[in-house]
Design a binder for this molecule. Structure first.
Ligand code: WT7
Length: 632
């Protein structure tokens, strides 16, 4: 299970190609199974129908917690760092974690949650968030975490799609200097959710909240005197573990489904090898548990390895831009894993914030979420890593469950801005426009994977056809990632970015159609078109072209802009706020009515020179208007 040098990587990679069943069976031996599998893998990418470790029985929390109790009961499992540096941090040993998760699980049972029920979790980064996920897994309920930055409308859609029976939330949350309501947002969201039978509220800030009798329950009250033992429910390898919503090129986010055994094996295997985790290491991943990075590399991956994992409630620049470095020194962190957007913003705050922190404990740095530009990579390497830490640029997706392409820290060749080589078991290919595999190097192609790995998504919740269409129909026999990539002569992959109508804003994914739908909810808007453009801090910014009943002028424009931004915050959440809004009288459309996004993207990038052939446009004159009115 642990790769210790490059030749071992090569041998394992080869073995995973030649004998995938044997390769994964040997890795799976490292876990605790109630019953072992009868067969390692069955798959068909056309349906798609993918099953791993068929017939096996297990509970992932026994692997995350119980099996470490014998020798590591007192070892810190979860280290929680609060938003305010003056508030005391908390450390939960594996034994503490066991009790907390069991208590939480018993509360869920008391509220009527059963195996297979969907539970929606909408919470800030407090320890109870981790307990809640694990408590669901303990009793076989399916967790669906919704990032707490999403609006009531987004939350409502996700609750309905999964038909969640219970919502777990907090009273409120803090983010930097701000305090924000959480329970109120849930109240707002569930007005339209008939599936929800109860809401469970964890107290964070003592906010006054309204409690509906026999509907809203307080965790503090429900957990009083409850047992801290809860037997783990036996799950089938392919039983659903969680749903996690993510955006695609169509309007509605989809619920990516991960199942128990395959996800467990791959989250653990990838964590161990990419980060080269060693027994006394302390791992700090700055993601939110509301994203796949948080699921796999704050919670499941580290705990499955018996590691100590840090969970941070706050933001990188509060009280100032040295907060991460303070946390690293305070907890003697060895592994620091963050997003390029955070690195760029800290870089912009100035190196003076990081220079005084020696951070002797650090060994490995990671990045994830979007391509990292060379400048940010070098800053990270020089100022944070002090030129002695390994950097791993890890590529993966909500759908892949775990890291598929990355260097293994200290083992594989590194190259700034390159994710690197595939992990053993992963068979990436680049396809050309005709769907043929590109064998040459240095040519950009569509990144696809041609063989399943244990944590590949199994379906999109409630709509299997959508899963097939989105991921398995573009190129027959392949899983299509939606990314474009290049491979260099050494076989290292460089991820270029999305080739579909998905934009990546500060490492968060949005469909352009999804944002357009939101913008169109504003009653002044008749039609809109959204494109991404390069943004210094966020990677990509959101540029919206809007048609209103009449072309607004002066003050009216400012007022409309704020109104549209407000609408998007309400429809999706503040994280999807447009950066630039341009009012136009028409959009460049072909005679068949299709918007020529190529033109809109070029103008948003500030380049109106090579717009290509515009003669097929219904009205080529609109292009000039758009160029002249560009918001730069
Ligand atoms: C998309 C997946 C899984 C991490 C959090 C985002 C982009 C992810 C990298 C990387 C370049 C990356 C891709 C991918 N992406 N990691 N190391 N280098 N691009 O998860 O929301 O499912 O988004 O993020 O475009 O398809 P996600």
């Amino acid at each position: 299970m642990h790769i210790t040098d490059y030749s071992e990587y090569q041998t394992d990679y080869q073995k995973s190609l030649e004998e995938p069943d044997l390769f994964w069976a040997e890795i799976a031996e490292h876990f605790h199974w109630r019953k072992k599998w009868n067969k390692v893998l069955e798959w068909d990418f056309e349906k798609p129908d993918i099953k791993w470790f068929l017939g096996a029985k297990l509970n992932i929390t026994e692997n995350c917690i119980d099996r470490h109790l014998e020798s590591n009961a007192e070892k810190p499992a979860l280290i929680w760092e609060p938003n305010d540096s003056s508030e005391k941090h908390k450390i939960y040993s594996y034994k503490d974690l066991h009790s907390e998760v069991c208590r939480f699980a018993n509360v869920l049972k008391k509220l009527g949650v059963e195996k297979g029920d969907r539970v929606c979790i909408y919470m800030p980064m407090i320890p109870e968030l981790a307990f809640a996920l694990l408590a669901c897994a303990r009793i076989g309920a399916v967790h669906s975490v919704v990032f707490a930055g999403f609006s009531a409308n987004s939350l409502s859609d996700r609750i309905n799609d999964a038909a969640a029976k219970l919502v777990i939330c907090s009273d409120a949350m803090c983010r930097g200097a701000k305090q924000l309501a959480v329970k109120n947002t849930v109240d707002e969201a569930i007005k339209n959710c008939t599936s929800v039978e109860k809401v469970l509220v964890v107290n964070r800030l003592d906010w006054p909240i309204q409690l509906k009798p026999n509907f809203d329950y307080l965790y503090d009250i429900e957990s009083k005197g409850i047992s801290d033992h809860c037997p783990a429910t036996e799950m089938d390898a392919e039983d659903m573990l969680f749903i996690l919503y993510t955006s695609g090129s169509t309007g509605k986010p989809k619920g990516v489904v991960h199942t128990t055994a395959g996800y467990m094996v791959y989250a653990a295997y990838s964590f161990k090898n990419v980060f080269q985790y060693d027994n006394n290491d302390i791992h700090f991943c700055t993601a939110d548990i509301g994203w796949i990075t948080g699921h796999s590399y704050i919670l499941y991956g580290p705990l499955l390895n018996g590691a100590s994992t840090v969970m941070f409630e706050g933001v990188p620049n509060y009280p100032d831009a040295s907060r991460f470095w303070q946390i690293i020194e305070k907890h003697s962190i060895t592994h620091f894993y963050t997003a390029p957007t955070a690195i760029r913003s800290l870089m912009q705050s100035g190196s003076d914030y990081v220079i005084p922190y020696a951070m002797h404990s650090l060994k490995v740095l990671g990045t994830v979420g979007e391509p990292i530009n060379e400048e940010a990579w070098h800053w990270y390497h020089t100022y944070v890593g002090k030129e002695r830490c390994q950097i791993v640029d890890t590529w993966f997706q909500t759908e892949t469950g775990g890291i598929l392409i990355s260097a293994l820290a200290g083992i594989s060749p590194l190259c700034p801005a390159h994710a690197g080589q595939p992990l053993p078991g992963i068979q990436p290919v680049l396809l050309d426009n005709n769907g043929n595999e590109i064998v040459e190097n240095e040519i950009e192609g569509y990144l696809c994977i041609k063989f399943p790995w244990p944590s590949i998504l199994r379906t999109t919740y409630g709509d299997h056809e959508r899963c097939r269409q989105t991921y398995f129909s573009s190129y027959k026999g392949y899983y299509f990632t939606g990314d474009g990539a290049k491979r260099d002569k050494n076989g290292l992959y460089r991820i270029i970015g999305r080739v579909d109508d998905v934009i990546n804003v500060s490492g968060h994914r949005f469909g352009t159609a999804e944002i357009e739908n939101a913008v169109n909810q504003n009653k002044n808007v008749i039609e809109s078109a959204v494109v991404g453009y390069p943004h210094d801090l966020k990677g990509q910014g959101i540029y919206v072209y809007v048609i209103c009943k009449e072309l607004p002028t002066g003050e009216e424009q400012n007022w409309l802009r704020s109104s549209i931004i407000q609408t998007v915050s309400e429809e999706i959440g503040p994280i999807a706020k447009p950066d630039k809004i341009q009012f136009v009288s028409a959009l460049p459309k072909t005679r068949s009515g299709k918007i020529m996004r190529r033109i809109l993207r070029k103008v948003a990038e500030g380049d109106s020179t090579n717009l290509g052939d515009i003669t097929t446009l219904l009205d080529p004159l609109v292009v000039e208007e758009i160029i002249n009115g560009a918001v730069l």
